[in-house]
Design a protein around this ligand. Structure first.
Ligand SMILES: [Zn+2]
Ligand SMILES: [Zn+2]
Length: 240
């Protein structure tokens, strides 16, 4: 597995700058389309478990902002690649147990960083200038995940790059984290709850940031600031 990851990262490293820019852009467009497709699929499969009365209308402004988010995410990928090529970011290829540990550390650190920055985004000054745009979606639609102020997109990218500069992490853990991030973001804006209700009573599973968890934040923005887990909301008393 480590050899396969090494081969992928070797290929990344052999890319030219224009090649990597094209790859990042194509990759982020694919992620955008896959996320929309997954939202529709979840909406269809779990149409008997809706979280909102009706989906948010998709506006032309939303589409423009979502396209800008895709371009900015690609720019973040280019910055990350340049920092890796110049040795500021170190990627390792350790044994499976270390990869698993790295994934837990990366998800945990980003979860805390995103919880804190999301709380900051709800400070009246930042909220009015930056975060209010995402909350124009009082319910959700398949592009809600990407309807973000450009500063938020770059803020998330900046946080991820900062963690990667500070912590040398397993290549597979980084790829797995990026995949989980899109899955959780899509789930949070799917508008339906695919998780069985019993999960919310089981240890560990009840701490996973479900679709209802982020949907509740869109309905009542003073609660549920976390993304991947409910841990920080539980700890800081902001859980709905
Ligand atoms: Zn949201
Ligand atoms: Zn918010």
């Amino acid at each position: 597995m480590s050899t396969a990851a090494q081969a992928i990262f070797d290929w990344f490293s052999r890319c030219s700058l224009p090649g990597w820019i094209a790859f990042s852009l194509a990759g982020n467009v694919a992620i955008f389309l896959l996320s929309i497709g997954l939202c529709w699929l979840l909406g269809f499969l779990f149409r008997d478990r809706p979280l909102f009365d009706r989906p948010q209308t998709v506006t032309r402004g939303d589409l423009g902002l979502a396209c800008l988010a895709v371009v900015l995410n690609s720019a973040v990928a280019v910055v990350g690649w340049l920092l890796w090529k110049t040795g500021w970011i170190k990627i390792t290829h350790p044994a499976w147990w270390r990869t698993l540990l790295d994934l837990l550390v990366f998800v945990g650190t980003m979860d805390l960083g995103m919880y804190l920055s999301h709380r900051l985004a709800h400070h009246p000054w930042f909220y009015a200038r930056v975060h209010a745009r995402h909350h124009t979606h009082e319910s959700v639609n398949p592009i809600s995940l990407f309807v973000l102020h450009p500063f938020e997109v770059l803020g998330f990218g900046g946080l991820m790059i900062t963690v990667l500069v500070l912590l040398p992490l397993s290549g597979i853990a980084v790829l797995a984290y990026l995949t989980l991030n899109v899955l959780f973001g899509t789930l949070g804006h799917a508008g339906v709850e695919p998780f069985p209700p019993a999960w919310s009573r089981l240890p560990l599973l009840r701490d996973v940031g479900s679709s209802s968890f982020h949907a509740a934040h869109h309905r009542s923005p003073a609660t549920n600031f976390g993304f991947y887990s409910t841990v920080w909301d539980r700890l800081f008393g902001t859980l709905d």
